[in-house]
Design a protein around this ligand. Structure first.
Ligand code: MG
Length: 304
């Protein structure tokens, strides 16, 4: 068995990103739809969502055990950790972005825009200024499968920003079909956003777009990459600005210039991933029914 069974090198630069002995390990299986991994360094654990099962799960790095973190979870999807180490969660069922306080209380950060209920927040990222940026496609209200079937009140699928001081919610991107995963470049001058609009609009490109960021505003939005297999859903950025993104056949690694460098092969369709571990060089992968992990030769971008 060689590392080639777990990695596909498309560009020679990819070979330096993993060790020859590296393996993709399955840490847990038994989910219905694994999504939204988020790493808590202080506690050495990972929280992730099992959306249809309506629960949040927890993997403990110290002993490899897995337990239920929260049930019900409001059909939680994307998760992240803010600059104060608090869990930020997108909830399909709750149609909100919530925050789990240090004392365990779960509070609402956003559930409406201009008086109308959000669709079903999908994925979320926190900028260094404390602002929270999230996507709001319709997957959690399309059917009862991963939320509660309902009409969209807003009638659009936008990307929103929550102001860290006032808590005000503004729509920062309004021209996407189904905005999904999102992340900032290391210097936060760029915002990458995946569009899974092909699920609803025939022929829509399986694309990731890149926007210029100026404070609380974005501009541009050119096509950055098109997924070579399936759709880009959730993704994370490494310390050198590479994008590690979900796809149907594993995790695709894309250079900052848009070149597909290689692929981490995963035996199930991948929905999302995040970096973790004490050196932040373990890529945790949520893939359909399972949680996987692989240790890399590079580290993720630390955002908290
Ligand atoms: Mg997603």
């Amino acid at each position: 068995m060689s590392a080639d069974e777990f990695f596909e090198v498309i560009d020679p630069r990819f070979r330096g990103l993993f060790n020859g002995s590296a393996r993709v390990h399955q840490l847990y299986t038994g989910c219905q739809w694994a999504e939204g991994p988020a790493w808590f360094g202080g506690g050495r654990y990972l929280v992730w969502s099992d959306i249809p099962a309506n629960r949040l799960m927890r993997f403990d790095e110290t002993d490899g055990s897995v337990s239920v973190f929260r049930d019900p979870s409001g059909n939680s999807n994307g998760n992240t950790v803010d600059r104060q180490g608090r869990l930020i969660t997108c909830e399909h069922g709750g149609r909100r972005v919530s925050r789990t306080e240090h004392d365990g209380r779960v509070i609402t950060l956003a559930d409406r825009f201009e008086g109308k209920r959000l669709n079903s927040p999908n994925d979320v990222v926190v900028k260094s200024d404390g602002s929270i940026w999230f996507t709001d496609p319709s997957y959690g209200i399309d059917t009862d499968y991963e939320g509660n079937k309902a009409q969209s009140e807003i009638g659009r699928c936008n990307v929103y920003r929550i102001d860290p001081q006032s808590g005000a919610i503004t729509a920062v991107i309004t021209d996407m079909e189904r905005p999904n995963g999102l992340a900032f470049s290391p210097d936060e001058s760029l915002l990458y956003v995946a569009d899974t609009g092909a699920t609803h609009k025939a022929g829509h490109p399986a694309e990731m777009r890149v926007f210029k960021v100026d404070g609380d505003r974005v501009s541009g939005g050119r096509q950055f990459a098109v997924c070579a297999n399936g759709l880009f859903d959730g993704f994370r950025i490494d310390e050198d600005g590479r994008i590690w993104t979900s796809a149907a056949d594993g995790v695709h690694c894309i250079a900052p210039n848009g070149t597909l460098l290689g692929r981490v092969k995963v035996p199930e369709g991948v929905a999302n991933c995040c970096f973790g571990g004490s050196k932040y060089n373990v890529l945790y992968i949520c893939a359909t029914t399972s949680l996987y992990a692989v240790r890399l030769m590079i580290s993720g971008l630390r955002t908290h």
